[in-house]
Design a protein around this ligand. Structure first.
Ligand SMILES: *Cc1c(COP(=O)(O)O)cnc(C)c1O
Length: 252
């Protein structure tokens, strides 16, 4: 188990945030992009409401959760903040009704049965939602997402669901400390976008360890947890493996 860092003071979260913003700015500059082109999403799985609030007060209002249960648990404590909440984890169809109470975008749409369930519920609500299509660009079995080959047909098939607005693509890159090994994941997502969606569609890619590479490859949104909030107590396989998606999680 990695050593657990507990970031409790405002200063530390602010400092980490400043460091991440600096990394974003440096990567943007070296890639010849404007700093404002890339949005930062706070990946807040396992982060308690107090620490999310600290980051929000430091100016970051875009958040993403992986589990509906955590969204629900933290909702009341964060209700007064104008957060823009996205869902970035594996979404079970039986959680659709609940997730739609909290989020304005679901970044992890990866099967038509989920689109169908969202459409059905949104019919009842007479509403719409932004979605992104999650693509598995690392070819690892443990990750969710459609395969790159499926993307074109999948996106075509989604157009039937008129209550879902496809705003972009999302991926989790290959796990590797070497950015050059991760790069093909991100360039692949960009190529899929260029082939299937309008030029202004979003590319949600890049995390704590690989955000520079993602920005170089065209990310318009990076999703960062560890670099801001510290090491999590649970391994990411808890969130990303098919076999591990139903367990409960009690927050620190
Ligand atoms: C946890 C998570 C992130 C952030 O990962 P870090 O390495 O902690 O920055 C981004 N995207 C998804 C889908 C995640 O589950």
């Amino acid at each position: 188990m990695p050593k657990i860092l507990k970031f409790c003071s405002m200063d530390i979260i602010q400092q980490q945030l400043a460091a991440v913003r600096q990394r974003m700015a440096a990567a943007s500059t070296s890639a010849g992009r404007q700093p404002g082109e890339v949005r930062l999403l706070l990946a807040t799985k396992t982060v308690n409401a107090d620490n999310i609030r600290r980051a929000a007060l430091a100016g970051e209002l875009l958040t993403g959760e992986n589990k509906v249960q955590e969204l629900t648990q933290k909702h009341a404590a964060l209700q007064d903040l104008p957060l823009e909440k996205h869902f970035i984890g594996h979404l079970q169809t039986n959680k659709v009704k609940e997730v739609l109470r909290y989020v304005t975008c679901i970044q992890s749409v990866d099967r038509l049965s989920l689109a169908e369930a969202l459409q059905k519920r949104l019919d009842q609500l007479n509403g719409t939602i932004s979605i992104m299509v999650q693509v598995n660009t690392s070819f690892e079995d443990s990750k969710f997402g459609i395969t790159p080959e499926e993307a074109d047909n999948f996106i075509r098939a989604l157009r039937v669901y008129d209550r879902l607005r496809i705003t972009g693509l999302m991926t989790i890159g290959l796990f590797d400390a070497d950015p050059e090994k991760v790069r093909p994941s991100f360039s692949l997502l960009r190529k899929i976008k260029e082939a299937t969606l309008p030029a202004d569609a979003a590319l949600s890619m890049g995390m704590s360890g690989d955000l520079e590479t993602a920005i170089e490859e065209g990310a318009t949104m990076i999703r960062v947890g560890t670099a801001i909030f510290g090491q999590r107590m649970y391994p990411d396989s808890y969130y990303w493996n098919e076999t591990n998606t139903t367990g409960g999680l009690s927050l620190p």
